[in-house]
Design a protein around this ligand. Sequence first.
Ligand SMILES: [Zn+2]
Length: 123
Amino acid sequence: MSLKLCQGPDCHTYTTKDRLKGTKGNKTYQTRRRSNLYYGNSNFCDQRCMYDWVNQYIEQGLDHFGRTTEPKHLTEDNAWVKQYNWDRGYENRSHVYLNKKTKEQRPITEEQFEDNNYTLNTN
Ligand SMILES: [Zn+2]
């Protein structure tokens, strides 16, 4: 089993017991390693480490990938989002594509809902 390292730049500076690793007399505080990390798309051990990274790299990231320079407008064409609705007893979910502009709903399957590549042909 390979362990993932937290990508927080200051993870090792938070002196919690679980970060103290090594042989007796030679222990150091170290970056957390886990089989699974639950923050920031599985890259960070907690929110503090995630925001440390964001604070350090956000300007570079925005410059690199491009900043929003004009307001975006919600239109009929770009207003489709996937959503699920619970039934009255909160036992079953039904999945839909919802147009947040027109409120139109189109049923989709759970498989289509989970598929990040699936998009509705709205034309
Ligand atoms: Zn961390």
